[in-house]
Design a protein around this ligand. Structure first.
Ligand SMILES: [Zn+2]
Length: 61
């Protein structure tokens, strides 16, 4: 299974469409992975602008 990262939300998905913005601008070239379970209490999620729980790339190229 290969995950792709959305270039605008940084969310990781194994589908062809971003589950958050419904965009198709996905990249297989990303670095880092964080799992956000509770975006409201995660400082890292706030820093990265993450508002929904899920798996995210730290950096998308
Ligand atoms: Zn997106």
């Amino acid at each position: 299974m290969s995950l792709k990262a959305c270039r605008s939300c940084k969310v990781l998905t194994d589908g062809d469409t971003c589950p958050i913005c419904k965009g198709k601008d996905l990249s297989e070239d990303y670095m880092g992975l964080i799992i956000v379970l509770d975006p409201e209490s995660s400082e890292l999620a706030k820093k990265l602008g993450i508002e929904a729980k899920g798996r995210y790339a730290i950096k998308v190229r």
